[in-house]
Write a protein that binds this ligand. Structure first.
Ligand code: ZN
Ligand code: ZN
Ligand code: FE
Length: 778
């Protein structure tokens, strides 16, 4: 008698060719039964000799894009029958499936794209079960065409045949389309009028060759594109986007081209060509300034490169109808100032006309806007800096089932996070919440994630900062009139918890959170925190002494103010004289007097112990950056300068106040001695790079020393590193090496950013722990 087995598979198993795979496997084993997409995954029943081992085979040999989270199988009574069929999907209440991120064009589709005999030859929307848009076009689950923005296109008979044939590589590929039935590109030029199809692509390439700026509808939003080798075009784009010095991302048609411009390690090569196709930050090679406009990344020793990830991108570099397309294109987000990336065609014409000369648009709607992701290698590990296209909505496993939670994140580099079952689902990078459009984007993303993951959280975590937009959103959030349970989480506790959660660590750690700012429990700006922490709480073990920031937010944009304040703190009144001596011309006498008065009287000078501010101050003192045009610019300049003196061992002294000789109970690292020593070096004429490397060494040594002290007191052996300051690869390298020699186990970020993009994950982990704690107590 033959047996029948029912198999339930969870994970990323929809839209990745899982059902045809099951179908073909069952046929080859002569098994009867069916396979079915449900809203929670895939359900399979197989019957016949060998049915018992089917589940094992499936796990061993899954399709390339599938990620099996759980696979349960049980024996059930035989039902007879001979055929194996693919049944239609049926939605079920309260259940959900994981949605795949958007995937770069696969090699098979690329081959067809350039095959003259293929019916999709040069068709800009070619895709299959292994590639194409997913998260950006999915409006609901299960993953089926009516629940994507492809519902607007009725399949032609040829596409329909492929879509229905289980043996075809486009079987149930929801975005399947061709020239006859699918989306179409359209070129809109100021004088050329409208063109479609190949003409549109060819005309776009011609426009780029002429040095024009094109607003192009990509996968997750509009992009502004121009020839990176055309200095005038890049300069114009920079002026129009008012980006000052913030680097532009680049795209090239091939790795070989990138290798002529930048150093590309084996790991970086893998990252560049991975399915997520992120922007990878690469070290420039000498002579690159002759080939790429210096306005792409002014004063930066790195370039952000990515490879084409849609057929349309491929066509821009290589189209038989257009000779000599530019080899490297600037490809930056199509948005104005800090607003979210534009996704709608009408909005694009309204907002991007002033920034571009022409448009390359199409009629496949983008449901979820999702920016390009940014990654950098540091200490041999990929570190995500901006987590968006290609990575979202991949989940973080929380290791246990948790009630549904919404975590609203912070106000800068915002992401939000939803907990469903045992998964943490982080949103794509939403950005800074300082404008109305960003808040709309935040709310849209929340509604979308709730819908596709069937979640409706009534526990809501937020930052401790009372004036954050994200905090106000959390407080005002009343889903269907219910009042959620609110959990306020301190910013740096969230950082450390995010690092623990990403690493699946459940215990207590010595947490080192270094960043620019975060609201502290004492109302001051924290950011150099050594916390003894687990998910439910923390004790502040050590931090830098507080320094006033004259002008508050203005001081963040003008590092010379922090430098001035550190000098006055170290040298009192004489600090003003020293400032004018080592930084002549940094500001006029009026400004000096104004800042002096502000510091003296404590006017608009909030107290900060942010490590980012100390990096800013040192960067200004050594003459690198007095005013910045994007976040982290001063610290990046300091890291670049230090690289040239890499391997140099010198450090600076700093004093250190332990609780024994102080009234409150935190250890304080006093920066006065450090600042004095730096000033001495500057006056003696030490090059900026030498000061920079000694400063890096000092901070790394400080981390090791404080961690050792914390270990002595508590016996804790694990150090968790978080906060945007650790995006500094040199500092991370020095800190990791130092901690390793002292025998610490070090947790760092890789899949989730060190910066505030991780805060929502940490908030969710803290809220989960506190909820569990309060319920176990009852
Ligand atoms: Zn494909
Ligand atoms: Zn078709
Ligand atoms: Fe932070």
């Amino acid at each position: 008698m033959s047996s029948r087995v029912r198999i339930k598979v969870n994970g990323i198993v929809q839209g990745v060719g899982f059902r045809p795979h099951v179908y073909n496997l069952a046929l080859s084993r002569n098994l009867a039964g069916f396979v079915l997409n449900t809203s929670m995954g895939v359900l399979i029943e197989v019957e016949g000799p060998g049915a018992d081992t089917f589940a094992e085979e499936l796990r061993r040999d899954a399709p390339p894009l599938a990620r099996i989270e759980t696979l349960q199988s049980e024996k059930i009574p035989p039902a007879g029958g001979r055929d194996f069929e693919i049944r239609m999907s049926e939605p079920a209440e309260g259940e959900f499936a994981l949605v795949s991120p958007d995937i770069a064009t696969c090699p098979d589709c690329l081959r067809e794209l350039y095959d003259k005999n293929d019916r999709r030859h040069l068709y800009p929307f070619i895709n299959c079960t292994n590639c194409g848009p997913r998260y950006s076009i999915v409006t609901d689950v299960p993953y089926d065409r009516p629940y994507t923005t492809m519902r607007a296109f009725k399949m032609c008979p040829a596409c329909e045949t492929e879509y229905r044939d289980p043996a075809d590589r486009r079987f149930h590929a929801q975005p399947v389309a061709c020239r006859a039935c699918g989306p179409e590109v359209k070129y809109l030029g100021k004088d050329k009028g409208a063109l479609t199809g190949d003409d549109a692509v060819v005309e776009t390439i011609n426009a780029l060759k002429e040095g024009l700026i094109v607003a192009m509808k990509g996968l997750g939003g509009y992009q502004l594109v121009c020839d990176a080798g055309n200095h005038e075009a890049v300069k114009e784009l920079r002026q129009k986007k008012r980006r000052n010095r913030k680097p532009f991302a680049l795209m090239s048609g091939s790795i070989e081209t990138i290798e002529t411009l930048c150093h590309v390690s084996g790991e970086e090569r893998l990252l560049l060509s991975s399915r997520a196709r992120p922007i990878v930050l690469l070290l420039k090679k000498p002579g690159v300034d002759d080939k790429i406009s210096t306005d792409v990344a002014p004063g930066n020793n790195r370039l952000g490169f990515m490879l084409p990830y849609t057929p349309l991108h491929h066509l821009l570099f290589h189209h038989p109808g257009a000779e000599g397309a530019p080899g490297v294109l600037v490809m930056t987000s199509g948005n104005i100032s800090e607003e979210p990336i534009v996704i709608d065609n009408h909005e694009a014409i309204g907002k991007l006309s002033a920034l571009s000369d022409c448009f390359l648009m199409h009629d496949r709607d983008i449901h979820m806007r999702v920016d390009d992701s940014v990654v950098r290698m540091a200490t041999g590990v990929p570190r995500i800096i901006r987590r968006a296209r290609g990575y979202v909505p991949e989940t973080i496993d929380m290791g246990r089932k948790i009630p549904e939670i919404l975590a609203c994140g912070g106000d800068l580099k915002n992401t939000l996070c939803i907990i469903k079952d045992s998964y943490a689902i982080m949103s794509q990078h939403i950005g800074d919440l300082g404008n109305h459009e960003a808040m709309v984007f935040f709310a849209e993303t929340l509604e979308n994630l709730k819908r596709i993951f069937h979640a409706d959280p009534v526990i809501v975590a937020h930052d401790l900062h009372p004036d954050y937009f994200s905090t106000r959103f959390a407080i005002g959030y009343k889903p269907a009139g219910r009042t959620p349970e609110l959990v306020a989480v301190q910013h740096h506790h969230a950082h450390i918890s995010a690092c623990m959660a990403e690493n699946g660590f459940n215990g207590k750690v010595i947490g080192v959170a270094f960043d620019g700012t975060g609201y502290g429990t004492d109302g001051n700006m924290w950011g150099s925190e050594f916390l003894l922490a687990d998910y439910s709480g923390f004790r502040r073990f050590a931090h830098l002494n507080y320094t006033p920031l004259p002008g508050g937010d203005t001081a963040i944009k003008e590092p010379w103010r922090a430098a001035f304040s550190f000098l006055v703190q170290a040298f009192r009144k004489e600090g003003v004289t020293i400032f004018s001596k080592i930084k002549p011309g940094a500001c006029n006498e009026k400004e000096v007097n104004l800042i002096s008065t502000m510091l003296e009287k404590g006017i608009n000078s909030p107290l900060s112990c942010g490590m980012g501010r100390l990096f800013d101050a040192v960067s200004s003192l050594v003459g690198l950056r007095d005013k910045i045009t994007f976040e982290g610019e001063a610290a990046i300049a300091l890291e670049m300068a230090a690289y040239e003196f890499r391997g140099y061992n010198g450090t600076y002294p700093y004093s250190f106040l332990s609780p024994r000789n102080r009234i409150d109970d935190d250890n304080i690292v006093d920066t006065t001695t450090l600042i004095c020593a730096i000033v001495y070096d500057i006056i003696r004429g030490a090059p900026a790079g030498e000061v920079a490397i000694k400063f890096h060494n000092t901070i790394a040594e400080m981390v090791v020393r404080m961690s050792a002290l914390a270990r002595e007191e508590t016996g804790l052996e694990v150090v968790a590193l978080s906060g945007g300051v650790f995006q500094n690869a040199l500092l991370l390298e020095l800190v990791e090496a130092g901690l390793a020699t002292q025998g610490f186990n070090v947790l760092t970020h890789s899949r989730v950013p060190f910066n505030d993009g991780c805060v929502s994950l940490g908030q969710a982990a803290v809220a989960a722990a506190r909820h569990e704690l309060s319920h176990n107590r009852v």
